[in-house]
Design a protein around this ligand. Structure first.
Ligand SMILES: N[C@@H](CCC(=O)N[C@@H](CS)C(=O)NCC(=O)O)C(=O)O
Length: 204
């Protein structure tokens, strides 16, 4: 498998999950500053111009949540998804929240051109993103982390996803000192060899 990624982006959740699953893959780094995600070569692979993209022997997969589910399915021995239906739904509750709300809040800081054309709109979205990311941190702190991981003692697919999204908080102007559960979660994640490896590989 080949995984297209860019440093610090949500694609690193898939890298962490691949490491947790013990799966081999070839990482392919895109340079966002050079606009590689919007170049013809990459658009031919992923017409959305986003990362992650996973190239499998059966075809191309996109969307972080779909990749994470696929990784859990092809490496069942890693037990990255709870077997209990309620716990599995709690895991997905976190994943869907990150995809549909927290990631979108984050994107308003730098990607305002997706929704508007005026510089004043970009400036407004950037300012507002400090509040919306603080709202996301507040929701995560009080509702998403059972501790030390999202669903309790065992790491699931939601954890690499949340780790990357929470890694954005400080840069987005959120005062991390106000969120002790998130800080403890980040510490527990950094203690995982999978996360240590993405840090050592300068992926995040
Ligand atoms: N819904 C997609 C969103 C992917 C996404 O927006 N990735 C960002 C990086 S965090 C990206 O590739 N941005 C490139 C761009 O906007 O040019 C997913 O979860 O995979």
């Amino acid at each position: 498998m080949k995984l297209y990624y860019a440093k610090g982006t949500i694609s690193i959740a898939a890298v962490i999950a691949l490491h947790e699953a013990g799966l081999d893959f070839e990482p392919v780094r895109l340079d966002f500053r050079a606009g590689e995600q919007s170049g013809a070569a990459y658009l031919a692979i992923n017409p959305k111009g986003r990362v992650p993209t996973l190239v499998t022997d059966r075809g191309i997969l996109t969307e972080t949540g779909a990749l994470l589910d696929y990784i859990a399915d092809i490496a069942p021995q890693a037990e990255l998804r709870p077997t209990d239906p309620y716990q599995a739904a709690k895991m997905r509750e976190a994943m869907y929240y990150i995809a549909s709300t927290m990631h979108v809040n984050h994107a308003h800081k730098m990607r305002g051109h997706r929704w508007a054309d005026q510089q004043s709109s970009f400036d407004d979205m950037k300012t507002k993103s400090v509040q919306t990311m603080t709202d996301s941190a507040t929701y995560v702190e009080h509702n998403l982390i059972t501790g030390p991981f999202v669903t309790g003692d065992t790491l699931t697919l939601a954890d690499p996803y949340l780790y990357v999204a929470c890694n954005w908080l400080e840069g987005d102007g959120v005062k991390l000192a106000e969120f002790p559960k998130i800080a403890a979660f980040m510490q527990a994640m950094r203690a995982r060899p999978s996360v240590a490896r993405v840090i050592a590989d300068d992926m995040i």
